[in-house]
Ligand binder design. Structure first.
Ligand SMILES: [Zn+2]
Ligand SMILES: [Zn+2]
Length: 623
Protein backbone atom coordinates (compact mmCIF):
# COMPACT_ATOMS: atom_id res chain seq x y z
CA UNK A 1 0.00 0.00 0.00
CA UNK A 2 1.30 3.46 -0.88
CA UNK A 3 2.29 5.46 2.17
CA UNK A 4 0.09 8.36 1.06
CA UNK A 5 -3.01 6.22 1.68
CA UNK A 6 -1.56 3.92 4.36
CA UNK A 7 -1.08 6.88 6.74
CA UNK A 8 -4.68 8.12 6.76
CA UNK A 9 -6.04 4.56 6.82
CA UNK A 10 -3.94 3.64 9.82
CA UNK A 11 -4.71 6.89 11.58
CA UNK A 12 -8.41 6.29 10.97
CA UNK A 13 -8.32 2.97 12.78
CA UNK A 14 -6.99 4.80 15.86
CA UNK A 15 -9.65 7.48 15.40
CA UNK A 16 -12.32 4.78 15.16
CA UNK A 17 -11.21 3.26 18.48
CA UNK A 18 -11.20 6.68 20.12
CA UNK A 19 -14.65 7.45 18.71
CA UNK A 20 -16.02 4.18 20.07
CA UNK A 21 -14.61 4.97 23.51
CA UNK A 22 -15.95 8.50 23.46
CA UNK A 23 -19.37 7.80 21.99
CA UNK A 24 -20.34 4.24 22.90
CA UNK A 25 -18.26 2.46 25.49
CA UNK A 26 -15.32 4.12 27.32
CA UNK A 27 -13.98 0.78 28.51
CA UNK A 28 -14.47 -1.27 25.33
CA UNK A 29 -11.51 -3.66 25.06
CA UNK A 30 -9.40 -3.27 21.95
CA UNK A 31 -8.09 -6.02 19.69
CA UNK A 32 -6.17 -5.05 16.58
CA UNK A 33 -6.81 -2.22 14.14
CA UNK A 34 -4.92 -2.46 10.86
CA UNK A 35 -5.15 -0.64 7.53
CA UNK A 36 -6.57 -2.83 4.75
CA UNK A 37 -6.93 -2.53 0.97
CA UNK A 38 -10.23 -0.70 1.16
CA UNK A 39 -9.68 1.22 4.38
CA UNK A 40 -9.31 0.00 7.94
CA UNK A 41 -10.97 -1.89 10.78
CA UNK A 42 -10.78 -2.28 14.53
CA UNK A 43 -11.82 -5.18 16.76
CA UNK A 44 -13.65 -4.53 20.04
CA UNK A 45 -15.15 -6.36 22.96
CA UNK A 46 -17.89 -4.20 24.40
CA UNK A 47 -18.73 -3.99 28.08
CA UNK A 48 -21.71 -5.92 29.33
CA UNK A 49 -24.96 -4.20 28.51
CA UNK A 50 -23.43 -2.07 25.75
CA UNK A 51 -24.91 -2.62 22.33
CA UNK A 52 -23.06 -1.85 19.15
CA UNK A 53 -24.86 -2.72 15.96
CA UNK A 54 -25.13 -1.57 12.37
CA UNK A 55 -27.42 1.31 13.47
CA UNK A 56 -24.74 2.72 15.79
CA UNK A 57 -22.25 3.19 12.96
CA UNK A 58 -23.74 6.55 12.06
CA UNK A 59 -23.11 7.90 15.54
CA UNK A 60 -19.54 6.55 15.62
CA UNK A 61 -18.92 7.93 12.15
CA UNK A 62 -20.11 11.35 13.33
CA UNK A 63 -17.73 11.23 16.26
CA UNK A 64 -14.87 10.26 13.91
CA UNK A 65 -15.60 13.27 11.72
CA UNK A 66 -15.55 15.44 14.84
CA UNK A 67 -12.15 14.02 15.87
CA UNK A 68 -10.78 14.65 12.38
CA UNK A 69 -11.91 18.27 12.59
CA UNK A 70 -10.48 18.67 16.12
CA UNK A 71 -7.03 18.50 14.59
CA UNK A 72 -5.62 16.12 17.20
CA UNK A 73 -1.88 15.52 17.00
CA UNK A 74 -0.31 12.11 16.51
CA UNK A 75 2.93 11.71 18.52
CA UNK A 76 5.10 8.69 18.60
CA UNK A 77 6.85 7.65 21.81
CA UNK A 78 8.93 4.58 22.57
CA UNK A 79 8.33 2.66 25.79
CA UNK A 80 10.33 -0.15 27.32
CA UNK A 81 8.61 -3.37 28.30
CA UNK A 82 7.74 -2.34 31.87
CA UNK A 83 6.40 1.02 30.82
CA UNK A 84 4.35 -0.58 28.07
CA UNK A 85 2.94 -3.12 30.49
CA UNK A 86 2.04 -0.37 32.97
CA UNK A 87 0.34 1.54 30.16
CA UNK A 88 -1.71 -1.48 29.15
CA UNK A 89 -2.74 -2.04 32.77
CA UNK A 90 -3.92 1.54 33.10
CA UNK A 91 -5.93 1.18 29.91
CA UNK A 92 -7.27 -2.20 30.97
CA UNK A 93 -6.35 -3.71 27.59
CA UNK A 94 -6.02 -7.39 28.36
CA UNK A 95 -5.69 -8.42 24.72
CA UNK A 96 -2.78 -6.09 24.10
CA UNK A 97 -0.78 -7.84 26.88
CA UNK A 98 -0.70 -10.93 24.71
CA UNK A 99 0.66 -8.96 21.76
CA UNK A 100 3.22 -7.19 23.94
CA UNK A 101 4.52 -10.46 25.35
CA UNK A 102 4.74 -11.93 21.90
CA UNK A 103 6.79 -8.99 20.61
CA UNK A 104 9.03 -9.34 23.65
CA UNK A 105 9.50 -13.06 22.98
CA UNK A 106 10.56 -12.11 19.44
CA UNK A 107 13.39 -10.12 20.94
CA UNK A 108 11.90 -6.63 20.82
CA UNK A 109 12.83 -4.30 23.66
CA UNK A 110 11.33 -1.02 22.49
CA UNK A 111 7.63 -0.65 21.82
CA UNK A 112 6.31 2.27 19.84
CA UNK A 113 3.08 3.95 20.84
CA UNK A 114 1.04 6.54 19.01
CA UNK A 115 -0.61 9.16 21.15
CA UNK A 116 -3.38 11.54 20.18
CA UNK A 117 -3.42 14.85 22.01
CA UNK A 118 -5.28 18.15 22.16
CA UNK A 119 -4.07 21.33 23.88
CA UNK A 120 -5.14 21.35 27.53
CA UNK A 121 -6.77 24.72 27.02
CA UNK A 122 -9.15 23.17 24.47
CA UNK A 123 -9.96 20.15 26.57
CA UNK A 124 -13.13 21.31 28.33
CA UNK A 125 -14.67 22.51 25.14
CA UNK A 126 -13.63 19.60 22.89
CA UNK A 127 -14.43 16.80 25.33
CA UNK A 128 -17.44 18.35 26.97
CA UNK A 129 -19.87 15.59 26.03
CA UNK A 130 -17.47 12.72 26.71
CA UNK A 131 -18.28 10.05 29.24
CA UNK A 132 -16.91 10.38 32.77
CA UNK A 133 -15.02 7.09 32.63
CA UNK A 134 -13.30 8.05 29.40
CA UNK A 135 -12.08 11.36 30.85
CA UNK A 136 -10.83 9.70 34.03
CA UNK A 137 -8.93 7.05 32.15
CA UNK A 138 -7.10 9.54 29.95
CA UNK A 139 -6.43 11.95 32.83
CA UNK A 140 -4.41 9.12 34.36
CA UNK A 141 -2.62 8.43 31.09
CA UNK A 142 -1.85 12.15 30.61
CA UNK A 143 -0.27 12.21 34.07
CA UNK A 144 1.74 9.08 33.38
CA UNK A 145 3.12 10.56 30.17
CA UNK A 146 4.26 13.84 31.77
CA UNK A 147 7.95 12.76 31.74
CA UNK A 148 7.77 12.47 27.94
CA UNK A 149 7.39 16.25 27.68
CA UNK A 150 4.56 16.30 25.20
CA UNK A 151 3.80 19.92 26.16
CA UNK A 152 0.63 21.32 27.63
CA UNK A 153 -1.61 18.67 26.19
CA UNK A 154 -4.34 16.25 27.14
CA UNK A 155 -4.08 12.67 25.82
CA UNK A 156 -7.22 11.57 24.02
CA UNK A 157 -6.06 8.16 22.86
CA UNK A 158 -3.02 5.91 22.85
CA UNK A 159 -2.29 2.69 21.02
CA UNK A 160 0.68 0.42 20.47
CA UNK A 161 1.53 0.61 16.77
CA UNK A 162 4.54 0.70 14.50
CA UNK A 163 3.07 1.99 11.26
CA UNK A 164 3.30 5.57 10.00
CA UNK A 165 0.45 7.97 10.79
CA UNK A 166 -0.58 11.49 9.88
CA UNK A 167 0.78 14.28 12.08
CA UNK A 168 -2.59 15.90 12.65
CA UNK A 169 -6.06 14.43 12.21
CA UNK A 170 -6.78 17.55 10.12
CA UNK A 171 -4.71 16.00 7.31
CA UNK A 172 -7.42 13.41 6.87
CA UNK A 173 -10.10 14.13 4.30
CA UNK A 174 -13.40 13.85 6.17
CA UNK A 175 -15.25 13.21 2.89
CA UNK A 176 -13.03 10.31 1.89
CA UNK A 177 -13.89 7.82 4.63
CA UNK A 178 -17.04 6.11 5.82
CA UNK A 179 -17.80 3.33 8.28
CA UNK A 180 -18.97 0.34 6.30
CA UNK A 181 -20.15 -2.66 8.26
CA UNK A 182 -19.93 -4.75 11.40
CA UNK A 183 -18.84 -8.38 11.54
CA UNK A 184 -17.77 -10.90 14.14
CA UNK A 185 -14.14 -12.00 14.29
CA UNK A 186 -12.32 -14.25 16.72
CA UNK A 187 -9.38 -12.74 18.53
CA UNK A 188 -6.40 -13.53 16.31
CA UNK A 189 -8.60 -15.57 14.00
CA UNK A 190 -8.71 -18.52 16.35
CA UNK A 191 -12.13 -20.02 17.04
CA UNK A 192 -11.07 -21.02 20.55
CA UNK A 193 -10.62 -17.33 21.41
CA UNK A 194 -13.35 -14.83 22.31
CA UNK A 195 -15.51 -13.41 19.54
CA UNK A 196 -14.94 -9.70 18.97
CA UNK A 197 -16.95 -7.09 17.09
CA UNK A 198 -15.11 -5.88 14.03
CA UNK A 199 -16.05 -2.48 12.65
CA UNK A 200 -14.94 -1.90 9.06
CA UNK A 201 -14.39 1.50 7.51
CA UNK A 202 -13.74 2.52 3.92
CA UNK A 203 -11.06 5.09 3.20
CA UNK A 204 -9.77 6.32 -0.15
CA UNK A 205 -7.71 9.13 -1.64
CA UNK A 206 -10.65 11.46 -2.06
CA UNK A 207 -14.41 11.79 -2.07
CA UNK A 208 -14.75 10.62 -5.67
CA UNK A 209 -12.70 7.48 -5.14
CA UNK A 210 -14.82 6.62 -2.09
CA UNK A 211 -18.02 7.24 -4.06
CA UNK A 212 -16.79 5.13 -6.96
CA UNK A 213 -15.96 2.27 -4.61
CA UNK A 214 -19.36 2.39 -2.90
CA UNK A 215 -21.10 2.37 -6.29
CA UNK A 216 -18.95 -0.51 -7.45
CA UNK A 217 -19.88 -2.53 -4.35
CA UNK A 218 -23.55 -1.74 -4.92
CA UNK A 219 -23.25 -3.02 -8.49
CA UNK A 220 -21.31 -6.06 -7.27
CA UNK A 221 -24.14 -6.92 -4.89
CA UNK A 222 -26.56 -6.86 -7.83
CA UNK A 223 -24.21 -9.02 -9.85
CA UNK A 224 -23.60 -11.58 -7.11
CA UNK A 225 -23.36 -14.86 -8.99
CA UNK A 226 -25.28 -16.67 -6.25
CA UNK A 227 -28.24 -14.39 -6.85
CA UNK A 228 -28.04 -14.53 -10.64
CA UNK A 229 -27.37 -18.27 -10.48
CA UNK A 230 -30.74 -18.68 -8.79
CA UNK A 231 -32.62 -16.25 -11.05
CA UNK A 232 -31.34 -17.83 -14.24
CA UNK A 233 -31.38 -21.38 -12.84
CA UNK A 234 -27.70 -21.95 -13.48
CA UNK A 235 -26.71 -24.02 -10.47
CA UNK A 236 -28.11 -25.59 -7.33
CA UNK A 237 -26.73 -25.99 -3.87
CA UNK A 238 -28.44 -28.79 -1.98
CA UNK A 239 -28.01 -29.23 1.76
CA UNK A 240 -28.14 -32.99 1.22
CA UNK A 241 -25.22 -32.92 -1.21
CA UNK A 242 -23.33 -30.28 0.73
CA UNK A 243 -22.82 -26.60 0.18
CA UNK A 244 -19.22 -27.14 -0.92
CA UNK A 245 -20.47 -29.11 -3.92
CA UNK A 246 -22.70 -26.97 -6.18
CA UNK A 247 -24.43 -28.80 -9.03
CA UNK A 248 -25.03 -27.37 -12.46
CA UNK A 249 -28.54 -27.08 -13.87
CA UNK A 250 -28.90 -27.57 -17.67
CA UNK A 251 -28.49 -23.80 -18.18
CA UNK A 252 -25.28 -23.71 -16.15
CA UNK A 253 -23.94 -26.80 -17.87
CA UNK A 254 -24.46 -25.14 -21.25
CA UNK A 255 -22.23 -22.25 -20.19
CA UNK A 256 -19.62 -24.57 -18.77
CA UNK A 257 -19.58 -26.73 -21.88
CA UNK A 258 -19.10 -23.68 -24.10
CA UNK A 259 -16.13 -22.56 -21.98
CA UNK A 260 -14.67 -26.08 -21.98
CA UNK A 261 -15.09 -26.45 -25.74
CA UNK A 262 -13.44 -23.10 -26.31
CA UNK A 263 -10.48 -24.04 -24.14
CA UNK A 264 -10.15 -27.31 -26.03
CA UNK A 265 -10.26 -25.46 -29.33
CA UNK A 266 -7.49 -23.09 -28.20
CA UNK A 267 -5.22 -26.08 -27.50
CA UNK A 268 -5.87 -27.82 -30.79
CA UNK A 269 -3.06 -26.29 -32.83
CA UNK A 270 -0.62 -26.16 -29.91
CA UNK A 271 0.35 -29.84 -30.03
CA UNK A 272 -1.27 -30.80 -26.76
CA UNK A 273 -2.32 -34.38 -26.18
CA UNK A 274 -5.35 -35.27 -24.11
CA UNK A 275 -4.81 -37.71 -21.26
CA UNK A 276 -7.13 -39.02 -18.61
CA UNK A 277 -6.50 -40.01 -15.02
CA UNK A 278 -8.83 -41.57 -12.42
CA UNK A 279 -10.01 -39.79 -9.28
CA UNK A 280 -8.61 -42.22 -6.71
CA UNK A 281 -5.05 -43.26 -6.15
CA UNK A 282 -2.84 -45.05 -3.64
CA UNK A 283 -1.09 -43.16 -0.89
CA UNK A 284 2.23 -44.06 -2.47
CA UNK A 285 1.82 -41.54 -5.27
CA UNK A 286 1.56 -38.61 -2.87
CA UNK A 287 4.28 -39.95 -0.62
CA UNK A 288 6.63 -40.02 -3.62
CA UNK A 289 5.51 -36.60 -4.85
CA UNK A 290 6.02 -35.25 -1.32
CA UNK A 291 2.58 -33.60 -1.36
CA UNK A 292 1.50 -35.63 1.61
CA UNK A 293 3.86 -33.56 3.72
CA UNK A 294 2.74 -30.24 2.31
CA UNK A 295 -0.98 -30.78 1.76
CA UNK A 296 -1.76 -33.79 3.99
CA UNK A 297 -4.61 -32.03 5.82
CA UNK A 298 -6.32 -31.09 2.60
CA UNK A 299 -6.44 -34.61 1.21
CA UNK A 300 -9.74 -36.48 1.21
CA UNK A 301 -9.25 -40.08 2.23
CA UNK A 302 -11.39 -42.89 0.88
CA UNK A 303 -11.56 -46.21 2.67
CA UNK A 304 -11.65 -49.20 0.37
CA UNK A 305 -12.24 -52.80 1.44
CA UNK A 306 -8.57 -53.43 2.12
CA UNK A 307 -6.78 -50.21 1.47
CA UNK A 308 -7.21 -46.51 1.96
CA UNK A 309 -6.99 -44.19 -1.06
CA UNK A 310 -6.76 -40.50 -1.72
CA UNK A 311 -9.17 -38.50 -3.79
CA UNK A 312 -6.71 -36.71 -6.03
CA UNK A 313 -6.08 -33.08 -5.01
CA UNK A 314 -4.18 -32.39 -8.24
CA UNK A 315 -3.34 -34.05 -11.52
CA UNK A 316 0.38 -33.42 -11.65
CA UNK A 317 1.75 -36.59 -10.03
CA UNK A 318 -0.55 -38.68 -12.25
CA UNK A 319 0.72 -36.98 -15.38
CA UNK A 320 4.29 -37.65 -14.20
CA UNK A 321 3.44 -41.35 -14.23
CA UNK A 322 2.10 -41.14 -17.76
CA UNK A 323 5.31 -39.45 -18.90
CA UNK A 324 7.49 -41.95 -17.04
CA UNK A 325 5.96 -44.89 -18.88
CA UNK A 326 7.50 -43.69 -22.17
CA UNK A 327 11.00 -43.70 -23.51
CA UNK A 328 11.25 -40.22 -24.92
CA UNK A 329 14.24 -38.77 -26.70
CA UNK A 330 15.17 -35.13 -27.14
CA UNK A 331 13.36 -35.26 -30.50
CA UNK A 332 10.07 -35.88 -28.67
CA UNK A 333 10.44 -32.88 -26.38
CA UNK A 334 8.41 -30.95 -25.39
CA UNK A 335 5.68 -33.39 -24.40
CA UNK A 336 2.39 -31.65 -23.61
CA UNK A 337 -0.50 -33.21 -21.68
CA UNK A 338 -3.89 -31.59 -21.21
CA UNK A 339 -6.67 -32.77 -18.95
CA UNK A 340 -9.56 -30.72 -17.65
CA UNK A 341 -10.14 -32.80 -14.53
CA UNK A 342 -11.91 -32.48 -11.24
CA UNK A 343 -9.73 -32.55 -8.15
CA UNK A 344 -10.81 -32.55 -4.52
CA UNK A 345 -9.46 -30.47 -1.69
CA UNK A 346 -10.66 -30.50 1.87
CA UNK A 347 -10.01 -26.81 2.38
CA UNK A 348 -10.64 -25.84 5.95
CA UNK A 349 -10.33 -22.11 5.77
CA UNK A 350 -12.64 -19.52 4.29
CA UNK A 351 -16.36 -19.37 4.11
CA UNK A 352 -18.65 -20.75 1.45
CA UNK A 353 -19.14 -18.52 -1.52
CA UNK A 354 -21.27 -20.14 -4.21
CA UNK A 355 -19.09 -21.31 -7.09
CA UNK A 356 -16.09 -19.28 -6.05
CA UNK A 357 -15.07 -21.52 -3.17
CA UNK A 358 -15.77 -25.19 -3.64
CA UNK A 359 -14.13 -28.46 -2.66
CA UNK A 360 -14.51 -30.17 -6.04
CA UNK A 361 -12.47 -28.09 -8.45
CA UNK A 362 -12.18 -28.69 -12.18
CA UNK A 363 -8.87 -27.37 -13.41
CA UNK A 364 -8.14 -26.91 -17.06
CA UNK A 365 -4.86 -28.47 -16.22
CA UNK A 366 -1.89 -29.01 -18.43
CA UNK A 367 1.65 -30.23 -17.90
CA UNK A 368 4.54 -29.67 -20.25
CA UNK A 369 7.76 -31.62 -20.11
CA UNK A 370 10.58 -29.77 -21.78
CA UNK A 371 14.27 -28.92 -21.75
CA UNK A 372 15.24 -25.85 -19.78
CA UNK A 373 16.15 -24.16 -23.06
CA UNK A 374 12.60 -24.68 -24.33
CA UNK A 375 10.92 -22.87 -21.45
CA UNK A 376 10.79 -19.52 -23.23
CA UNK A 377 9.10 -20.86 -26.33
CA UNK A 378 6.66 -23.00 -24.40
CA UNK A 379 5.69 -20.08 -22.19
CA UNK A 380 5.01 -18.05 -25.32
CA UNK A 381 2.61 -20.72 -26.57
CA UNK A 382 0.74 -20.72 -23.27
CA UNK A 383 0.65 -16.93 -23.14
CA UNK A 384 -0.86 -17.00 -26.61
CA UNK A 385 -3.72 -19.20 -25.38
CA UNK A 386 -4.20 -17.07 -22.26
CA UNK A 387 -4.35 -13.82 -24.23
CA UNK A 388 -6.84 -15.18 -26.78
CA UNK A 389 -9.04 -16.64 -24.07
CA UNK A 390 -9.29 -13.46 -21.99
CA UNK A 391 -9.61 -11.25 -25.05
CA UNK A 392 -12.70 -13.23 -26.00
CA UNK A 393 -14.07 -12.81 -22.47
CA UNK A 394 -13.53 -9.05 -22.58
CA UNK A 395 -11.04 -9.09 -19.71
CA UNK A 396 -7.79 -8.31 -21.46
CA UNK A 397 -7.75 -4.62 -20.51
CA UNK A 398 -5.37 -3.66 -17.75
CA UNK A 399 -4.41 -7.16 -16.73
CA UNK A 400 -1.13 -7.61 -14.90
CA UNK A 401 1.33 -10.39 -14.34
CA UNK A 402 3.61 -11.18 -11.45
CA UNK A 403 6.86 -12.99 -12.06
CA UNK A 404 7.57 -14.70 -8.75
CA UNK A 405 11.23 -15.45 -8.22
CA UNK A 406 13.49 -16.49 -5.35
CA UNK A 407 14.61 -14.11 -2.65
CA UNK A 408 18.26 -13.61 -1.76
CA UNK A 409 18.28 -16.54 0.63
CA UNK A 410 18.23 -19.33 -1.93
CA UNK A 411 18.49 -22.10 0.67
CA UNK A 412 14.69 -22.17 1.07
CA UNK A 413 14.22 -23.30 -2.48
CA UNK A 414 14.99 -26.47 -4.37
CA UNK A 415 18.52 -27.37 -5.41
CA UNK A 416 19.87 -26.84 -8.93
CA UNK A 417 20.97 -23.24 -8.69
CA UNK A 418 21.97 -22.80 -12.30
CA UNK A 419 18.68 -24.18 -13.61
CA UNK A 420 16.75 -21.88 -11.27
CA UNK A 421 18.56 -18.89 -12.58
CA UNK A 422 18.06 -19.96 -16.15
CA UNK A 423 14.37 -20.63 -15.60
CA UNK A 424 13.88 -17.23 -14.00
CA UNK A 425 15.66 -15.64 -16.94
CA UNK A 426 13.65 -17.55 -19.51
CA UNK A 427 10.39 -16.72 -17.83
CA UNK A 428 11.37 -13.07 -17.80
CA UNK A 429 12.50 -13.21 -21.44
CA UNK A 430 9.16 -14.78 -22.37
CA UNK A 431 7.37 -12.05 -20.40
CA UNK A 432 9.26 -9.38 -22.34
CA UNK A 433 8.89 -11.10 -25.70
CA UNK A 434 5.13 -11.37 -25.18
CA UNK A 435 4.77 -7.80 -23.98
CA UNK A 436 3.40 -8.88 -20.63
CA UNK A 437 2.81 -6.11 -18.09
CA UNK A 438 4.84 -7.95 -15.46
CA UNK A 439 6.47 -7.10 -12.18
CA UNK A 440 9.18 -9.20 -10.60
CA UNK A 441 8.31 -10.23 -7.06
CA UNK A 442 11.05 -11.50 -4.77
CA UNK A 443 10.35 -14.35 -2.34
CA UNK A 444 7.06 -15.28 -3.98
CA UNK A 445 8.31 -18.27 -6.00
CA UNK A 446 7.03 -21.70 -5.03
CA UNK A 447 9.69 -23.86 -3.38
CA UNK A 448 9.78 -25.94 -6.58
CA UNK A 449 10.28 -23.18 -9.12
CA UNK A 450 9.55 -19.65 -10.40
CA UNK A 451 6.14 -18.78 -11.87
CA UNK A 452 4.03 -16.26 -13.76
CA UNK A 453 0.62 -15.44 -12.29
CA UNK A 454 -1.96 -13.53 -14.33
CA UNK A 455 -4.40 -11.13 -12.71
CA UNK A 456 -7.39 -10.09 -14.82
CA UNK A 457 -9.96 -7.41 -14.10
CA UNK A 458 -13.69 -7.93 -14.58
CA UNK A 459 -15.98 -5.16 -15.76
CA UNK A 460 -16.19 -3.76 -12.22
CA UNK A 461 -12.38 -3.56 -12.12
CA UNK A 462 -12.20 -6.27 -9.52
CA UNK A 463 -9.06 -8.29 -9.90
CA UNK A 464 -9.03 -12.08 -10.16
CA UNK A 465 -5.96 -14.27 -10.18
CA UNK A 466 -6.78 -16.72 -12.95
CA UNK A 467 -4.03 -18.06 -15.21
CA UNK A 468 -0.77 -19.45 -13.96
CA UNK A 469 2.43 -20.78 -15.53
CA UNK A 470 4.77 -22.51 -13.08
CA UNK A 471 8.16 -24.10 -13.60
CA UNK A 472 8.81 -27.16 -11.50
CA UNK A 473 12.16 -28.80 -10.79
CA UNK A 474 10.83 -30.83 -7.90
CA UNK A 475 8.52 -33.36 -9.47
CA UNK A 476 10.82 -34.52 -12.27
CA UNK A 477 13.39 -35.16 -9.53
CA UNK A 478 11.01 -36.96 -7.17
CA UNK A 479 9.71 -39.22 -9.93
CA UNK A 480 13.14 -39.61 -11.50
CA UNK A 481 11.89 -38.52 -14.92
CA UNK A 482 14.25 -38.45 -17.86
CA UNK A 483 14.56 -38.46 -21.61
CA UNK A 484 17.54 -39.29 -23.82
CA UNK A 485 19.58 -36.35 -25.07
CA UNK A 486 21.78 -36.04 -28.18
CA UNK A 487 24.65 -37.89 -26.51
CA UNK A 488 22.24 -40.67 -25.63
CA UNK A 489 22.51 -39.78 -21.94
CA UNK A 490 19.60 -39.38 -19.54
CA UNK A 491 18.53 -35.77 -19.12
CA UNK A 492 16.08 -34.48 -16.54
CA UNK A 493 13.13 -32.54 -18.04
CA UNK A 494 11.63 -29.41 -16.51
CA UNK A 495 7.89 -29.56 -15.85
CA UNK A 496 5.65 -26.58 -16.55
CA UNK A 497 2.27 -26.58 -14.80
CA UNK A 498 -0.27 -24.29 -16.37
CA UNK A 499 -3.92 -23.47 -16.03
CA UNK A 500 -5.77 -20.93 -18.15
CA UNK A 501 -9.05 -20.34 -16.30
CA UNK A 502 -7.75 -21.61 -12.94
CA UNK A 503 -10.87 -23.71 -12.34
CA UNK A 504 -14.03 -23.98 -14.36
CA UNK A 505 -16.21 -23.52 -11.27
CA UNK A 506 -14.52 -20.35 -10.13
CA UNK A 507 -14.25 -19.04 -13.65
CA UNK A 508 -17.97 -19.55 -14.20
CA UNK A 509 -18.69 -17.62 -11.02
CA UNK A 510 -16.47 -14.79 -12.26
CA UNK A 511 -18.14 -14.83 -15.71
CA UNK A 512 -21.64 -14.67 -14.24
CA UNK A 513 -20.66 -11.53 -12.31
CA UNK A 514 -18.60 -10.09 -15.17
CA UNK A 515 -21.56 -10.29 -17.57
CA UNK A 516 -24.17 -9.81 -14.82
CA UNK A 517 -25.97 -12.82 -16.32
CA UNK A 518 -26.41 -11.08 -19.71
CA UNK A 519 -24.05 -13.40 -21.56
CA UNK A 520 -22.80 -12.90 -25.10
CA UNK A 521 -24.69 -15.04 -27.57
CA UNK A 522 -22.19 -17.91 -27.71
CA UNK A 523 -22.28 -18.34 -23.91
CA UNK A 524 -25.98 -17.70 -23.33
CA UNK A 525 -27.79 -20.87 -22.20
CA UNK A 526 -30.95 -19.71 -24.02
CA UNK A 527 -30.02 -17.76 -27.10
CA UNK A 528 -33.37 -16.99 -28.67
CA UNK A 529 -36.91 -16.82 -27.33
CA UNK A 530 -39.64 -16.93 -29.95
CA UNK A 531 -42.79 -15.17 -28.82
CA UNK A 532 -45.93 -15.63 -30.98
CA UNK A 533 -48.27 -12.62 -30.83
CA UNK A 534 -51.26 -14.94 -30.57
CA UNK A 535 -51.97 -18.65 -30.10
CA UNK A 536 -52.60 -19.24 -33.79
CA UNK A 537 -48.97 -18.40 -34.60
CA UNK A 538 -47.49 -21.01 -32.26
CA UNK A 539 -47.21 -23.57 -35.06
CA UNK A 540 -45.30 -21.20 -37.27
CA UNK A 541 -43.06 -20.18 -34.35
CA UNK A 542 -42.29 -23.88 -33.78
CA UNK A 543 -41.36 -24.25 -37.40
CA UNK A 544 -38.88 -21.34 -37.10
CA UNK A 545 -37.58 -22.86 -33.85
CA UNK A 546 -36.95 -26.15 -35.65
CA UNK A 547 -35.03 -24.41 -38.44
CA UNK A 548 -32.86 -22.67 -35.84
CA UNK A 549 -32.26 -25.79 -33.79
CA UNK A 550 -31.11 -27.62 -36.89
CA UNK A 551 -28.33 -25.02 -37.09
CA UNK A 552 -27.45 -25.65 -33.43
CA UNK A 553 -28.92 -22.38 -32.24
CA UNK A 554 -30.46 -22.63 -28.78
CA UNK A 555 -33.95 -21.34 -29.54
CA UNK A 556 -37.29 -22.06 -27.89
CA UNK A 557 -40.91 -20.97 -28.28
CA UNK A 558 -42.87 -19.58 -25.38
CA UNK A 559 -46.16 -21.39 -26.01
CA UNK A 560 -47.48 -20.89 -22.48
CA UNK A 561 -50.68 -19.30 -21.22
CA UNK A 562 -49.19 -15.91 -20.35
CA UNK A 563 -50.16 -12.76 -22.21
CA UNK A 564 -47.91 -11.52 -25.00
CA UNK A 565 -46.48 -8.68 -22.90
CA UNK A 566 -45.87 -11.01 -19.95
CA UNK A 567 -43.96 -13.38 -22.24
CA UNK A 568 -41.75 -10.51 -23.40
CA UNK A 569 -41.14 -9.50 -19.79
CA UNK A 570 -40.25 -13.08 -18.81
CA UNK A 571 -37.71 -13.34 -21.61
CA UNK A 572 -36.19 -10.06 -20.47
CA UNK A 573 -35.94 -11.28 -16.88
CA UNK A 574 -34.14 -14.34 -18.21
CA UNK A 575 -31.74 -11.96 -20.03
CA UNK A 576 -32.16 -13.86 -23.29
CA UNK A 577 -30.04 -12.12 -25.97
CA UNK A 578 -32.68 -12.13 -28.73
CA UNK A 579 -36.44 -11.99 -28.32
CA UNK A 580 -38.05 -12.84 -31.64
CA UNK A 581 -41.66 -11.84 -32.24
CA UNK A 582 -43.74 -13.83 -34.72
CA UNK A 583 -47.17 -12.83 -36.06
CA UNK A 584 -49.19 -12.61 -39.24
CA UNK A 585 -46.91 -10.18 -41.05
CA UNK A 586 -43.81 -12.13 -40.10
CA UNK A 587 -45.33 -15.39 -41.29
CA UNK A 588 -46.37 -14.06 -44.70
CA UNK A 589 -43.17 -12.12 -45.42
CA UNK A 590 -40.81 -14.66 -43.80
CA UNK A 591 -39.32 -11.98 -41.60
CA UNK A 592 -38.77 -11.72 -37.87
CA UNK A 593 -39.18 -8.82 -35.43
CA UNK A 594 -36.16 -8.75 -33.18
CA UNK A 595 -35.58 -7.18 -29.75
CA UNK A 596 -32.00 -7.27 -28.58
CA UNK A 597 -31.67 -7.61 -24.81
CA UNK A 598 -28.41 -5.76 -24.27
CA UNK A 599 -28.59 -3.00 -26.86
CA UNK A 600 -32.40 -2.64 -26.58
CA UNK A 601 -32.44 -2.30 -30.38
CA UNK A 602 -35.58 -3.38 -32.28
CA UNK A 603 -35.66 -4.22 -35.98
CA UNK A 604 -37.05 -6.47 -38.66
CA UNK A 605 -34.93 -8.91 -40.59
CA UNK A 606 -35.50 -11.87 -42.89
CA UNK A 607 -35.39 -15.36 -41.34
CA UNK A 608 -32.32 -16.46 -43.23
CA UNK A 609 -30.42 -13.25 -42.61
CA UNK A 610 -31.10 -13.47 -38.88
CA UNK A 611 -29.94 -17.07 -38.66
CA UNK A 612 -26.74 -16.20 -40.55
CA UNK A 613 -26.14 -13.22 -38.27
CA UNK A 614 -26.52 -15.43 -35.17
CA UNK A 615 -24.26 -18.13 -36.56
CA UNK A 616 -21.54 -15.61 -37.32
CA UNK A 617 -21.85 -14.06 -33.87
CA UNK A 618 -21.55 -17.49 -32.26
CA UNK A 619 -18.66 -18.55 -34.46
CA UNK A 620 -16.70 -15.38 -33.68
CA UNK A 621 -17.64 -15.58 -30.02
CA UNK A 622 -18.49 -11.89 -30.24
CA UNK A 623 -18.84 -10.00 -27.01
ZN1 LIG B 1 -1.57 2.62 13.74
ZN1 LIG C 1 0.36 -29.39 -11.99
Amino acid sequence: MEEAILKPRHSLSHILAQAVQRAIDPIAKLGIGPAIDTGFYYDFIFSEGVECKEEHLKEINKMMTKIVKEGQSFHRIDLDYDQAKEMINMLGEEFKVELLNEFKANGETVFSYYINTIPVAAKDNVLKWSKEEYLKKYEKITDYLKPFKLGDVFVTFIDMCEWPHVESTKEINADAFKLDKIAGAYWRGNEKNPMMTRIYGLAFEDKNALKAYIEMMEEARKRDHRLIGKQLKLFTISPLVGAWFPMLQPNGMTIRKEIEDYLRELHKDKWYQRVRTPHLCKHDLYITSWHIHKYGDNLFKVKGREEEFFLKPMNCPHHMQIFADNQFSYRDMPVRYFEPATVYRDEKTGELWGLLRVRAITQDDGHLFCRASQIEEEVSTIVDIIKKFFWTMGMINNYRVSLSVRGEDTSKYMWWDDVWEKAENWLEKAAIANNLPYKKILWEAAFYGPKLDFMFKDCLWREWQLSTIQCDFNMPERFDLSFMNEKWEKERPVVIHRAISWSLERFMGVMIEHFAGAFPLWLAPQQIKLVPVAEKFIDYAKQVEKEMKEKWIRASVDSGEDSFSKKIRNAEIEKIPYIVIVGEKEETTKTLSIREYRSKKQYEISNTEFVDKCLLEIKNRSL
